[in-house]
Write a protein that binds this ligand. Structure first.
Ligand SMILES: Cc1cc2nc3c(=O)[nH]c(=O)nc-3n(C[C@H](O)[C@H](O)[C@H](O)COP(=O)(O)OP(=O)(O)OC[C@H]3O[C@@H](n4cnc5c(N)ncnc54)[C@H](O)[C@@H]3O)c2cc1C
Length: 547
């Protein structure tokens, strides 16, 4: 590789110059861990400047025995990380089959131990010590990349719905990225010096300088290599889980840790509804609450640690019985054969029938309240529609950023639909105003939402309020339309009917979490059901074949 920049004061980060917060990212390996890696690796002596892997390549773990490895942002010709002697190159995506965000280049007089990723997965499964130290390090490094907005991925364009869709995908899938807005002339022209940018529309620039004009989220995922990796060589599994919300992730963790070969297919983002929650306060063991994103990241890590294969973003579109199990069809027509299936596809938020609403989705109208959305309403008015817990949490979270939060509720009393503790907090919060018996009637704006209208039935008048954010938290419908041809019994509202715990009307197909008829719509119950269903899956798989 030519023109490799030298590490200098421009270098963002060195594996030997970290603060205590990052200590987890750069652990000292014990003699036992080193011996294990040596037993599975090959020693290499690359030339100075040699490209060990490029951005966009699948990559392996490199333990630096002498010299160093530079992680380079090729767009900006800048060294982002220096991995020094004694440290190892590796990141969370490695175990998930993702491709490298940044290329790796050898420094002078470098000696590395290369452990191929398949070998690494095997070692992580057999050695608890190596698994603990590597997974903690990989997780910490991903957080570091996110914090630094490093990783080479740039999402660029106008501040509109398309850009928001990509940002949301990156945030919810914990992909480090940087945003460059066309309206920021200096950042835009900086990016344009190394990349040919289109005149209009959204564009993704990857670490290896690939430009994707008008990309779908699938294009972005494919460019980063985060989908379909498990299907290229093996489209069979013991257990296929549909959906990676709390229920699906729990099924994956318990299934994989008990020896099943598990594939999880997720349509949108790991974590499901819970992943979009700003703070979950009633989940056991987190007295100060935990953000949905944090919980989703930890669960994903745990699932990957036990060898779960994650396929996302892909949606399951059909299920049919075949000899030896089930054929699960994906939206790109790929099929996966599974011996058993767990339906954990949850529910999806409802939309309101208000003229013009759809136009502002992602541009002021949102169905979740996370950090990204909070920035939009910073210091301004936000309107939350809904009276359930999700609306209450959103209101409290937004109140930390917004000037004032207005909650529109159809009923007279919040406590009819919201946990008492949330209703109390909302009612007494100085920056939250609850409007009982009020219904959204209008949205206004040109390119973005600028005002919201509602009918206040208590005061019997129409209200119009300047607002930058409208958050619709009005309940949800089950994601089960893909089951219509599968012969699985659904109730009148579309929820999956189960008998004897989690068995559906089709033997070998189970249902857990919010998608199941009669389920309690909570994170803890979804996790509980996802964990417990595995014993039923085991019994089914070990039963003598049916004749
Ligand atoms: C904003 C918000 C805040 C909340 N706060 C709390 C709280 O504080 N405490 C609490 O206990 N509960 C809370 N809940 C409820 C809780 O999050 C849910 O009960 C829980 O997430 C249900 O888990 P699940 O796995 O069954 O379904 P989901 O979380 O809905 O996950 C289902 C997953 O399946 C995917 N999927 C759907 N169809 C397909 C398909 N065809 N192919 C592939 N994938 C598919 C979806 O994209 C989704 O990721 C909250 C919900 C929201 C929306």
């Amino acid at each position: 590789m030519s023109d490799i920049p030298a590490p200098d004061e421009q270098t963002q980060y060195s594996s030997r110059r970290h603060d205590d917060v990052d200590a987890l990212a750069w652990p000292a390996l014990s003699t036992h861990a080193l011996d294990l890696l040596r037993s599975a690796g090959t020693v290499l002596h690359p030339e100075p400047g040699e490209l060990l892997w490029d951005a966009g390549d699948p990559y392996d773990l490199y333990l630096v025995l002498a010299g160093g490895v530079l992680l380079v942002d090729r767009r900006e010709d800048r060294v982002v990380f220096v991995i020094e002697e004694g440290d190892f190159v590796g990141e969370l995506g490695m175990l998930m089959g993702q491709r490298a965000f940044l290329p790796g280049v050898a420094m002078a007089e470098t000696e590395v131990l290369r452990v191929r990723v398949d070998e690494l997965r095997r070692l992580v499964e057999v050695s608890a010590e190596l698994s603990d130290v590597l997974l903690s390090a990989f997780d910490a490094r991903r957080r570091l990349l996110m914090r630094m907005s490093a990783g080479g991925l740039v999402l660029a364009g106008d501040d509109d719905r398309d850009l928001h869709r990509l940002q949301e995908f990156a945030e919810r899938n914990q992909l480090p990225y940087r945003t460059v807005l066309r309206s920021d002339a200096s950042a835009w022209s900086d990016l344009a010096t190394t990349t040919a940018l289109p005149e209009a529309g959204t564009v993704v620039v990857t670490g290896e300088r690939r430009v994707l004009p008008a990309p779908t989220t699938r294009d972005l995922a494919t460019a980063l290599g985060i989908d379909l990796w498990c299907l290229s060589d093996d489209a069979r599994c013991d257990l296929l889980v549909v959906g990676a919300g709390p229920a699906g992730l729990a099924a994956a963790v318990y299934g994989a840790s008990e020896g099943l070969d598990v594939v999880v297919v997720e349509d949108v983002a790991i974590g499901g509804q819970a992943g979009s929650s700003s703070r979950i306060e009633n989940y056991l063991g987190f007295p100060r609450g935990v953000s949905g994103a944090e919980l989703a990241r930890a669960a994903m890590l745990q699932a990957v640690k036990f060898g779960t294969r994650l396929v996302s973003p892909r949606s399951v579109t059909g299920l049919s019985q075949v000899s030896g199990g089930f054929c699960v069809r994906l939206d790109d027509e790929h099929d996966i054969l599974a011996r058993a299936v767990v339906i954990a596809s949850g529910v999806r938020y409802r939309r309101l029938d208000v003229a013009g609403l759809a136009e502002f989705e992602g541009r002021g109208v949102y169905y979740a309240a996370g950090e990204l959305e909070a920035k939009v309403v910073s210091g301004r008015n936000a309107v939350v529609v809904g009276g359930a817990n999700s609306a209450g949490q959103a209101a409290l979270f937004l109140a930390r950023h917004a000037g004032q939060v207005h909650v529109l509720v159809r009923r007279d009393d919040l406590r009819d639909t919201m946990s008492n503790y949330l209703a109390q907090r909302i009612t007494h919060h100085e920056r939250v105003t609850v409007h009982p018996r009020s219904e959204l009637s209008a949205v206004h704006g040109t390119s973005r939402l600028s005002a919201v209208g509602w009918r206040d039935h208590v005061l019997d008048r129409d209200v119009r309020l300047d607002a930058n954010g409208l958050f619709l938290m009005i309940g949800a419908d089950p994601c089960t339309t893909w089951l219509h041809e599968a012969g699985v019994e659904l109730d009148a509202k579309g929820f999956v009917v189960t008998h004897d715990g989690f068995s559906t009307s089709v033997p070998g197909v189970f249902a857990v979490g919010d998608a199941r008829a009669g389920s309690v719509k909570r994170v803890a119950s979804a996790v509980g059901e996802g964990s417990v269903v595995i014993s039923a899956v085991h019994s089914y798989l070990s039963a003598p074949p049916r004749t």
